[in-house]
Design a binder for this molecule. Structure first.
Ligand code: WTA
Length: 636
């Protein structure tokens, strides 16, 4: 039996039982047998969910890039680590071998050092999906700097907030980026953001679009000449297992984004272990995760999980609709992709198109199909299964979060029988529990509740950057001695889990987490807006979309409402980014409120979703008459 690579169902149950009975020896064996440590740990695990404090492999010394790159050089030096597929299919793909990756990471690491970046310093990376993104991430890890990647679709305000929150010293960006037909002035956004960032000492700029851009004297420098002159020798910095590896921001239901902190040892072991099993990766397979590296899915399953297994991982710069809706399938044929991992929102968008976009291509290399980021609905599941997988590729519906670092609930393909819309069973070492509203664990099957974890796993985030109190409040205060995920789930008769969605004010739009409060904050700054409430409602392609109920300051029709709608959305684009735009904006004269003045979002959610027959009790509202007014004017 192998603890590391599970190959049949009986083995899964055995490994799972062992992982629960004796988590320390289970994870200790995985960590010892499959990774390179400069010094072995003193303790596998030390934990206390009340403080909360979680430490895995304490006292262990390592460098994650040694595990992701150096140790493969002897046996896999000429194997592609990364295959970069550009936005424009007429441009050649770039194969970056392990040897080449090693050289480029070392050079980049030396450039960082020459800029005064060292262990523990924060480096912000605001790059499109170009090779420099992967290389700069690994270069930070090489020298022990903490990377904070900000998705390159975020606005200048969102970027500066994140830079300031973690006091980043250096910023790595590009002149511009391509997305389908569009090119985006990335550096312009950076210049705007940096007006408000005092901590940034230097900006390194990669060339992508060759646009004529502004370079701030004494601050901005082109990256390539620095790399050309850098040495390709860079010894890895030896780090503690519990030193931070990266910060990645995720939306909360209130307040500013939370900088989730992941540490090196546990994250490495967990992402590598889950990658190997959930994709049943075999030597020489080609793995493709379509996520952007600006999200956790890209961190864990384009970079760290695959590379820790010596895999070949595709990095795709483009979008599924360019030059046409066959792009994903073309790339699968071109690179003979074996495992394909994408989001339900992409599947739904592509399923709406003619199947000719699919049948044109040879998809026979595929062995496993993955889904992540939001619940996959039954129709999308069947299309994925029948049209893409031809009924022969198991679908792994993987549930996890930025906070969990890696996949928590998922079938293991060719091992766990799958059922549409079910994330099925916990990975070894993952101990889920469902809790009721009173905080009591609901035992048995055929039950629904709030999804929690009763035991730590190595990949979990250890804190929120600079705000441990918020970490405790958000994840460990709802229920005693439990990590609370914010999601609801159902457990069926055989113990399979099905995620039912968020139970807080986070809405998942096209797989992206959006807190409604920060969007409300953004639009309330519009001079014409008095108050607003944002809720999610079901959407065919995006899964959920946003519906805004807005009270304007002016009475009467003095302003053109369509203009105000556009301005409100522009306000959101400026503060957060285009992903948070509202699908519908309804102007209302009031919002349903409780007697204590809280907006009753439950009612607004039902109105936005057109579930009018079952609004619940509205008699206790402060202003029950407003409900009819809101319903009468709802936007279909
Ligand atoms: C949702 C993405 C249903 C969930 C890796 C979670 C899912 C949030 C699934 C985390 C799934 C993720 N089925 N819902 N398979 N995967 N979610 O932090 O609500 O961007 O809490 O991490 O996405 O989103 P995040």
């Amino acid at each position: 039996m192998s603890n590391y690579h599970i190959k049949h169902l009986e083995e899964y149950f055995q490994v799972y039982r062992k992982s629960v009975r004796d988590p320390e020896s289970f994870w200790g064996e995985v960590a010892e047998e499959h990774f390179v440590w400069r010094k072995k740990w003193d303790n596998v695990l030390n934990w206390d969910f009340n403080k909360p404090e979680i430490k895995w492999f304490e006292g262990g010394k390592l460098n994650i890039t040694e595990n992701c790159i150096d140790r493969h050089l002897r046996t896999r030096g000429d194997k592609p680590a990364i295959i970069w597929e550009p936005n424009d299919p007429s441009q050649p793909a770039v194969h970056i071998t392990y040897k080449n990756l090693h050289e480029r990471v070392c050079k980049f690491a030396n450039v960082l050092k020459s800029k005064g970046v060292g262990k523990g310093d924060r480096v912000c990376i605001y790059l499109p999906m170009i090779p420099e993104l992967t290389i700069s991430i690994l270069a930070c890890a090489r020298i022990g700097a903490i990377h904070s990647v900000v998705f390159a679709g975020f606005s200048s305000t969102a970027l500066s907030t994140r830079i300031n929150d973690s006091d980043c010293k250096l910023l790595i960006t590009a002149d511009g980026s391509y997305r389908g037909k569009k090119s985006i002035d990335l550096k312009g956004i950076v210049d705007e953001a940096l007006v408000n960032c005092d901590s940034i000492e230097a900006v390194l700029v990669a060339k992508r679009t060759n646009e004529n851009i502004h370079m701030e004297q004494g601050r901005d420098e082109w990256l390539q000449p620095l790399l050309d002159n850098a040495s390709m020798d860079c010894e890895p910095e030896i780090m503690d297992a519990e030193d931070p590896l990266f910060i990645l921001y995720t939306s909360g239901s209130t307040g500013k984004p939370k900088g989730m902190v992941h540490t090196i040892g546990g994250y490495m072991v967990f992402t590598a272990f889950t990658f190997k099993n959930i994709f049943q990766y075999r030597e020489n397979d080609v793995f493709w995760c379509t996520a952007d590296i600006g999200w956790v899915t890209g961190h864990s399953y384009i970079i760290y999980g695959p590379l820790a297994n010596g895999a070949t991982s595709i990095m795709f710069e483009g979008v599924p609709s360019y030059p046409d809706f066959g792009r994903f399938w073309e790339v699968i044929e071109k690179h003979r992709v074996n495992q394909f991992y994408t989001a339900p929102t992409a599947i739904r968008a592509l399923a709406k198109r003619s199947t000719e976009f699919v049948t044109k291509y040879d998809l026979s290399s595929l062995k496993v199909l993955g889904s992540v980021g939001e619940p996959i609905n039954e129709e999308a599941w069947h299309w994925y299964n029948d049209i893409i997988g031809k009924g022969k590729c198991p679908i792994v519906d993987t549930w996890w979060q930025t906070e969990t670092g890696g996949i928590m609930l998922s079938p293991i393909p060719y091992v766990t029988p799958t059922i549409p819309t079910y994330a099925t069973l916990p990975l070894p070492g993952v101990q889920p529990a469902l809790l009721d509203d009173d905080g009591v664990e609901i035992k048995g099957n055929l039950v629904s509740g709030r999804l929690c974890m009763k035991f730590p796993w190595p990949g979990m985030a250890r804190t929120i950057w600079n705000d441990h109190k918020r970490y405790k409040e958000t994840y460990f205060s709802a229920y005693e001695n439990m990590y609370f995920s914010g999601d609801g789930a159902f457990r069926d008769a055989v113990g399979y889990y099905r995620i039912t969605g968020r139970v807080d004010d986070v809405v998942i739009v096209s797989g992206h987490n959006l807190g409604t409060a920060p969007i409300e904050d953004a639009i309330n700054q519009h001079p014409a807006v008095a108050e607003s409430a944002i809720v999610g409602f079901p959407h065919d392609i995006k899964g959920n979309a946003l519906y805004g109920f807005v009270i304007l300051k002016e009475v009467g029709e003095t302003r053109d409402r369509e203009n105000v709608r556009n301005e409100i959305n522009q306000q959101i684009v400026d503060h957060i980014g285009p992903i948070a735009k509202l699908e519908k904006i309804q102007f209302v004269s009031g919002l349903p409120k409780t007697r204590s003045g809280k907006i009753m979002r439950r009612i607004l959610r039902k109105i936005a979703s057109n579930e009018l027959s079952n609004l619940g009790d509205t008699s206790t509202l402060l202003n029950p008459e407003i409900v009819d007014h809101v319903i009468e004017n709802r936007i279909d």
